[in-house]
Write a protein that binds this ligand. Structure first.
Ligand code: HEM
Ligand SMILES: [Cu+2]
Length: 573
């Protein structure tokens, strides 16, 4: 179909939200599937969060004996399932959900390349979650989310729950591989005319890099899990030295997957930041190509650093090479940070909730990056390994990074997905509670770790008690903050301000159609603006005005309340 005279084309009339029943059954519409992913993983987030609060209650109540939990088995299974749920059933599928919803829209496409496969990938997740949780009743998994043998393979240390853990992760892994194939083919083949690779929104770049990692790394996880299953149920001894096996085999193969996997969990978040920071400060992204290509660099170098997780068990002569690669990988990450700072520098920043969470990411993720580089230094890691310092490091990158990015994405794209705005006042309360609760939950853990408190224990030296009380109290604030978001979502779905097609006056294509978008997203072929971040030029202004003349202005009820201070900076609208 020929392009229209408008820069965009789509239904002008508001489109109704799909009925609830559509989300509960098999659908091949990427938007339904995206929401299915997002809601399912959010439920797992709430479950994982509840487990975390139980862990913190035990650690707050008594340092020297187990009081809240029945015994060590209960405690071990709690932190094992907490970590597994948060990583495999929350963060990874949550970003797959945003990818599913947004990638076709950002490319001006009608759907993903393989819609049926897309639905299949999603429907692997509910059984995976059930397998994991029901494992609790048959002798729970107790070996942590990393499940090192011999704890995870020998019958005297672990029950059938560990077998179900491995099967569950198998399903999750299959789901992410299928999703990745779909993303790669969609991004490769379904871009509109006029959108080369270097005109793609950076969230698309991030999803492409993530998908390449998933495709290359996840089969190694599947291999390791298969060996574990054989050891557990078929009497093989891949990880048992008494039968000629090697416990370190698991660590090597697991981390060959799982270090790249930490980038599976952060690259899409970085993609979110690139969108949000540019749009909400009305400035072109600084160093577009560097940001796009640094994702690729991270994907590549990410495969060379896995043994930094096993410095203490590694042959000493291999430590230095892995130390060097681990430090190198901080470079492309740093490039992005500088790109983002230069983007918001002198911008007309709108402190929306989406923007606040992205700025929160910037501040917290930097701390996590710095503690990462500290841990990459062998002499430091030998001292810190298996202490709370490591727990602090990865929560700064995974909560302060990935979860903040997810929150930012929720505030930024909720209007597109539901047609309603989230309440900004509640958003600010959510942000304040999260930011403060997060900081005091995880920052003191650096100190605890440096002073020698080991991770994964319920009983600890009473000298650490005071800080643990502080940490636990802060974690309850963090827990409460989540309910502000849940309340906001519930209320805004019904009573939120009508969003209009493009409430943020963004230039990327997902905003060039109604909110929510109609079936097949666009009528005709939308024409992308030449530069997805070309804010502040007369041409982009004209593009946005043409768009508005078709779909109506943003936020019809409160036209132009934007508190932007006009400035002489190269920021524009
Ligand atoms: C600046 C780049 C980074 C460096 C140099 C780095 C380095 C390290 C090192 C050396 C360890 C092992 C510590 C130990 O167990 O003794 C570690 C652990 C970890 N890192 Fe990072 N890291 C970086 C960024 C990230 C990012 C971006 C994420 C995730 C989004 C991440 C997630 C994790 C996790 C989950 C663990 C702990 C795994 C466990 O033992 O349970 N790191 N990091
Ligand atoms: Cu790593």
């Amino acid at each position: 179909m020929a392009a229209t005279a408008y820069p965009v084309s789509g239904f002008q009339e508001p489109v109704k939200r799909p009925a609830l029943a559509e989300y509960l059954r098999w659908s091949i519409d990427h938007k339904i599937i995206g929401v299915q992913y997002i809601v399912t993983s959010f439920i797992f987030f709430l479950i994982g969060g509840a487990l975390a609060l139980l862990i913190r209650t035990e650690l707050m109540v008594s340092p020297d004996e187990i009081t809240v939990m029945a015994d060590g088995v209960a405690y071990n299974s709690l932190f094992s399932i907490h970590g597994t749920v948060m990583i495999f059933l929350f963060i990874v599928p949550m970003f797959a959900g945003f990818g599913n919803y947004l990638i076709p829209l950002m490319l001006g496409a009608k759907d993903m390349a393989f819609p049926w496969l897309n639905a299949f990938a999603f429907w692997l997740l509910p059984p995976a979650g059930l397998l994991l949780l029901f494992g609790w009743f048959v002798g729970p998994a107790e070996a942590g989310w990393t499940s090192y043998p011999p704890l995870s393979t020998l019958a005297e240390f672990s029950g059938d729950g560990q077998t179900m853990w491995a099967l569950s992760i198998h399903l999750v892994g299959l789901s992410s591989i299928l999703g990745a194939v779909n993303f790669i083919v969609t991004i490769r083949n379904m871009r509109p005319p006029g959108m080369g690779y270097f005109q793609m929104p950076l969230f698309v770049w991030a999803t492409l890099a993530t998908s390449i990692i998933v495709l290359l790394a996840t089969p190694f996880l599947a291999g390791a899990l298969t060996l574990m299953l054989f050891d557990r149920v078929a009497g093989t001894t891949f990880f048992d030295p008494s039968g000629g096996g090697d416990v370190l085999l698991w660590q090597n193969v697991f981390w060959f997957y799982s270090h790249p996997a930490v980038y599976i969990m952060i690259l899409p978040g970085m993609g979110v930041l690139s969108e949000v920071l540019s749009i909400h400060s009305r400035k072109p992204i600084f160093g577009y190509r560097m940001i796009a290509l640094s994702s690729m660099a991270i994907a590549l170098v990410g495969f060379t650093v896995w043994a930094h997780h096993m410095f203490t068990s590694l042959q000493p002569e291999l430590r230095i090479p892995f130390m060097i690669t681990s430090m190198i990988i901080a470079v492309p990450t740093g490039i992005k940070i500088f790109g983002w700072l230069a983007t918001i520098w002198m911008g007309k920043i709108r402190f929306t909730s989406a923007m606040l969470f992205s700025l929160g990411f910037l501040s917290m993720f930097v701390i996590g990056g710095i503690s990462g580089v500290m841990l990459a230094a062998v002499p430091i890691d030998i001292h810190m390994h298996d202490t709370y310092f490591v727990v602090s490091h990865f929560h700064f990158v995974l909560f302060g990074g990935s979860v903040f990015a997810i929150y930012s994405a929720i505030y930024h794209w909720f209007p597109k997905i539901t047609g309603r705005m989230l309440d900004e006042r509640l958003g600010r309360i959510h942000f304040a509670l999260t930011y403060v609760g997060f900081f005091f939950t995880f920052f003191p853990q650096h100190i605890l770790g440096m002073r020698g408190m080991p991770r994964r224990v319920a009983v600890y030296d009473p000298q650490f008690h005071d800080l643990n009380v502080l940490v636990s109290l802060a974690s309850f604030v963090l827990g409460i903050s989540t309910f502000v978001l849940v309340y906001n979502i519930a209320v805004s779905l019904v009573r939120g301000k009508v969003a209009g097609a493009n409430p943020w006056r963004a230039l990327t294509l997902e905003w060039m159609t109604t909110s929510p978008p109609p079936a097949y997203n666009f009528v005709g072929d939308p024409i992308p603006y030449e530069d997805p971040y070309g804010y502040g030029t007369p041409a982009s202004q004209a593009y946005l005005d043409a768009m508005e003349s078709r779909f109506g202005p943003p936020l019809p009820q409160e036209k132009a309340p934007e508190t932007e201070k006009p400035s002489a900076q190269p920021a524009g609208d």
